[in-house]
Ligand binder design. Structure first.
Ligand SMILES: CC(C)(COP(=O)(O)OP(=O)(O)OC[C@H]1O[C@@H](n2cnc3c(N)ncnc32)[C@H](O)[C@@H]1OP(=O)(O)O)[C@@H](O)C(=O)NCCC(=O)NCCS
Length: 189
């Protein structure tokens, strides 16, 4: 176990930041947490290479216990008040989560904004593959794999799926996954 390194993480007044102090891996967290935001990563054998957090005021990011961050993961919450809730036992390769589009899109007739910030919810035991981008409004059930290079564009998905592509669609159903790669799932031995 190594000590968490978060000396390049700025935490504003009134914000809550909870992360297990002892993690496996490089353990670096950079970025900014805004006023009255809540950022909570639960513990138990967390593996962390690198996280970058851009969390605006009053946002909420909660990641369940036993997360594995194999490569840098970015959580960008660019407008106040959004939330990202992630279940337990999830595994992340290099990936990005965006609750906002960073710029406005408006109806050309009325001037009304069309692309409001939206929350993201990910279930338990999800595996987020390499170079995945998860956009605002995405909801996923449990035991789901997101294929490498996918863009998940704000849709709702169920459980026990492989999803992939741009925009991500269901590729396989009725699956479970395990970080061990052998002929039979360890629970079936
Ligand atoms: C998601 C993944 C695990 C699925 O593997 P698999 O179950 O063996 O799937 P298959 O290779 O049988 O592909 C099934 C279908 O999905 C498609 N597909 C697979 N990966 C895809 C991807 N990344 N994007 C879009 N479509 C994809 C295949 O073309 C195939 O389509 P078809 O049925 O029309 O022929 C694998 O494709 C993948 O993305 N691996 C990388 C995982 C990763 O990022 N690891 C980093 C370490 S955490």
């Amino acid at each position: 176990m190594a000590n968490l390194i978060h000396n390049e993480l700025t935490i504003a007044d009134g914000a809550t930041f909870e992360f297990p102090e002892d993690v496996k891996g490089q353990g670096r967290i950079t970025g900014r947490i805004g006023r009255n935001a809540e950022v909570i990563f639960h513990g138990i054998d967390v593996f962390l290479t690198r996280l970058h957090l851009e969390i605006k005021d009053n946002c909420r990011l909660v990641v369940g216990k036993s997360a594995i961050f194999n490569k840098q993961t970015n959580f960008d919450m660019n407008e106040p008040g959004a939330s990202i809730i992630i279940g337990e036992g999830c595994m992340f390769s290099r990936s990005r989560f965006w609750t906002s589009d960073f710029h406005g899109i408006y109806d050309a007739t009325t001037g009304n904004r069309l692309n409001h910030t939206r929350d993201i919810m990910i279930g338990d035991r999800c595996w987020v593959g390499n170079d995945v981008l998860v956009l605002k409004g995405t909801e996923m059930g449990n035991d789901t794999v997101i294929a490498a290079g996918s863009v998940v564009s704000g849709k709702k998905f169920g459980s026990n799926l492989v999803i992939g592509g741009n925009p991500a669609k269901v590729i396989k159903e009725g699956i479970i996954w395990h970080h061990k790669k052998q002929d039979i799932h360890p629970d079936f031995e």
